[in-house]
Write a protein that binds this ligand. Structure first.
Ligand code: ADP
Ligand code: MG
Length: 620
């Protein structure tokens, strides 16, 4: 907005066209709306403070254009906005907010105090809103810009308040919102303080790499490579020709992570969620990255405003593009450009719908309301050359030296119910397994009196470790390996919050962590199992642990932390195991209470009985 428009009430027909909805669900939604208002006001600096997850207090202060004194009260009216006048504007909004209902909704859900001063005015206006009513409207002294404070969210709406999660979880959601905007607006300096601690601070230099550094650390930021694609489809009237400009900062294939939390998509200045575009990015790394790992990338997309549907449900960031496949292809090209596997991409495409870059048929096109169940997943399952797993790491030998893979002790066997003759678990006990060798460094072939077994070495080891961790928890034993020197692990705000909310369970498995003032934790000790596994860099081990923990979906609470340890400490597919190591692993598995599945419920083994072998070979 060059010329500042007056706040006015939307005509009812326009208001009706706007998806009515609950704008305010939780503290993070308040923060999102207030940040968007600050950005729309042209702020160069935005400070967010939350106490008690934002439930107790949220304060957002900006150095933007401020609200003129005669309009301050109007700003709290429902459908009051300075950004939209007619229905036509709705399809070409360039500002972030336009529904004109955020301040009204926030004031309905919390006690609000607002202080604002346009830089051209001498005095600031102060407004206090209680129960949605403006109670006080006076003047005050304050810096130019706007500060809004919301207290006691949903205090008068106990039913809504019950849906809020623990303060730590709410803080985490707030951190996610601030992170998204810090990455989308590198030219704006953001600061997030939670309960007095600075959890995120971006410099506002305008360089996206600096914003990434603020979120993921300098090491990740420097590794990222720029890529670009600018595409316009030919043969259409200029104004509605599909067009997309995509700039990315993408990690090299060697920089991979255990979850998708390092992939950030921004479209026309909004952080967005798009399964199809996330797929485009991952597709660009296809065959370059080990299966199940995810890239680090910041993808910024600009399309003509009327080619992206912003009028979606206000609390959902899932965005639809009019030319979804076209944008998909541009994103793919930009990432390929960044990682150096395609020429720089300023090209004009005759059509993308039949090109090799086009996604498979099945729901990615414009007009389909949603992806068909498993649509994208199916595409992922198309057989494509898999990267060869890393081979030959002899970590098991080291692990064994630490008593890491060993047969269960008599005590543990007793614990697992082996002595209880007739106990149901007896039925599921394994026979003695004799290892015959490895298949593809992934499966152990074993012979037993009742036929042949194929054992997934990773899943089996996970099961063994998981039961061991649970057994230790029962006895209160903590297997921890102190570090000679404490290490500072740079983390994301979300990782810090996650570590905070799982602090007790993490400690119980052997992590000794201390808080710092920023987005980092001090690592003093690591779980002994992880240490034995030879995870050399404790900071990295912690990051990967927390990512894995975050991705762990089936289990909850301390079990989730235990399963994560088992997963991180277990041998991987691709690890070479000698005969002795294979035998030790199978023996340990035989000692397990529930040997047939890993902690996530996936099978650890396939059994081909003698009878079924005979049947298959026509011997019966
Ligand atoms: P919307 O952003 O959709 O217009 P809001 O309820 O969020 O509706 O805000 C109402 C109006 O109040 C805005 O249109 C804007 O004119 C004014 N406003 C709100 N927050 C700020 C701010 N931080 N700085 C300047 N003006 C603001
Ligand atoms: Mg707004």
């Amino acid at each position: 907005m060059d010329e500042r428009a007056r706040i006015a009430l939307l005509p009812p027909e326009v208001a009706a066209r706007i998806a009515a909805g609950e704008v305010i669900e939780r503290p993070a939604s308040v923060v999102k709306e207030l940040i968007e208002n600050a950005l729309d006001a042209g702020a160069g600096r935005i400070e967010v403070e939350v106490d008690g997850g934002g439930i107790d207090r949220i304060r957002v202060r900006d150095d933007g254009c401020g609200i003129p004194p005669d309009q301050v009260v109007d700003a709290f009216e429902r459908h009051a906005t300075s950004k939209l006048r007619s229905e036509h504007d709705l399809y070409a909004v360039r500002t972030l907010g336009f529904r004109g209902e955020a301040l009204a909704a926030i004031a309905a859900a919390a006690d609000v105090d607002l202080t604002t001063r346009p830089s051209t005015d001498d005095a600031a206006s102060a407004v206090r809103v209680r129960d949605g009513r403006v109670q006080h409207h006076g003047s005050a002294a304050s810096a130019a810009g706007t500060a809004i404070e919301a207290r006691d969210l949903f205090a008068a709406l106990p039913a809504r308040r019950r849906f809020l999660r623990a303060p730590r979880s709410e803080t985490r959601a707030v951190a996610q919102v601030v992170t998204d905007y810090a990455l989308a607006y590198p030219e704006v300096a953001f600061r997030l303080t939670a309960d007095g601690r600075t959890v995120l601070q971006s410099p506002g230099t305008g360089d996206p790499r600096d914003a990434v550094a603020a979120v993921h650390g300098a090491e990740v930021a420097t590794a990222l490579r720029p890529g670009h694609a600018h595409r316009v489809e030919e043969g259409r009237a200029e104004e509605d020709a599909p067009a997309a400009e995509v700039s990315v900062l993408a990690g090299p294939p060697s920089l991979h992570r255990a979850n998708r939390g390092y992939l950030h998509l921004v479209a026309n200045g909004r952080a967005i969620v798009s399964r199809s575009l996330a797929h485009a990015v991952e597709q660009a790394y296809q065959a370059l990255m080990p299966a199940g790992r995810h890239p680090v990338a910041l993808v910024r997309i600009v399309v003509p405003p009327d080619q992206v549907d912003v009028n979606v449900h206000p609390t959902k960031a899932e965005v639809r593009f009019r030319h979804e496949r076209f944008v998909y292809a541009a994103v793919y090209a930009a990432v390929r450009d960044a990682i150096g596997v395609a020429p720089a991409g300023d090209l004009r495409l005759p059509s993308v719908s039949s090109g090799p870059l086009a996604p498979r048929e099945g729901g990615l096109g414009w007009g389909s309301a949603s992806l068909p169940p498993g649509g994208v997943e199916t595409a992922e399952a198309v057989p494509l050359p898999e990267p060869r797993p890393e081979t030959g790491r002899s970590v098991i030998a080291q692990a064994q030296a630490h008593g890491f893979v060993r047969p269960a002790t008599a005590e543990e066997r007793a614990d697992a119910g082996e002595t209880g003759a007739g106990a149901p678990s007896m039925l599921k006990r394994l026979p003695a397994l004799r290892p015959m060798g490895q298949v593809d460094l992934t499966y152990i072939v074993a012979e037993a009196p009742d036929g042949m077994y194929l054992v997934d070495q990773h899943a089996a080891h996970e099961r063994v470790l998981y039961e061991r961790v649970l057994a230790r928890r029962r006895t209160g034993e903590v297997a921890s390996q102190p570090l000679l020197e404490a290490v500072v692990a740079a983390l994301t705000p979300a990782q810090v919050s996650l570590a905070g909310s799982e602090a007790e369970a993490l400690e119980a498995v052997g992590w000794v962590l201390d808080e710092t003032d920023g987005a980092a934790l001090i690592v003093r000790a690591v779980p002994a199992d992880l240490h034995a596994r030879g995870r050399a860099d404790p900071g990295r081990a912690l990051r990967e642990y927390l990512d894995r923990l975050d991705a762990e979906e089936r289990l909850t609470g301390p079990d989730r932390v235990a399963a994560t340890l088992a997963c991180r400490a277990a041998v991987m597919a691709g690890d070479r195991l000698d005969a002795e190591q294979q035998r030790a692993l199978l023996l340990a598995l035989e000692g397990c209470e529930t040997p047939h599945s890993c902690p996530h419920g996936r099978p650890t083994m396939l059994h081909l009985s003698r009878a079924s072998l005979d049947r298959s070979f026509g011997r019966t």
